[in-house]
Design a protein around this ligand. Sequence first.
Ligand code: NI
Length: 136
Amino acid sequence: MVYLTRLEHFNAAHKLYNPNWSKEKNEAIFGECANENWHGHNFELFVTVKGVPSEETGFIMDAKQLSRIIKTSVIDKLDHKNLNMDVDFLQGKICSTENLIVEIWNQLQPHIPSPVALHSLKLYETPRIYVEYYGE
Ligand code: NI
């Protein structure tokens, strides 16, 4: 089994805000991330798939094809968007990086062509904070 990783990038705005809490509690829990007028991040998304290299191509899958799948199923919906307001699959969710990576998995996973499988996602919100997800 070989693991292939593609790195993609998007910029997006969000705020962390629980509508069931007061403004004061949101600010106490989320700090600057609760700023009502939003803030942005340069997200880096690492997508790792796994499979057996083809005898004909030596590839698990064409990395350009993987890039196109990530772009159409995820990046086009997130890049230069307000995550709280513009993204259908994040409606009603707190736009934490943790929730975002799970929803990215749900969008991407059905588009990965069998027998290749999605193995993991890694999502950097800042150069020093990232989350990982393995679909479980
Ligand atoms: Ni943030």
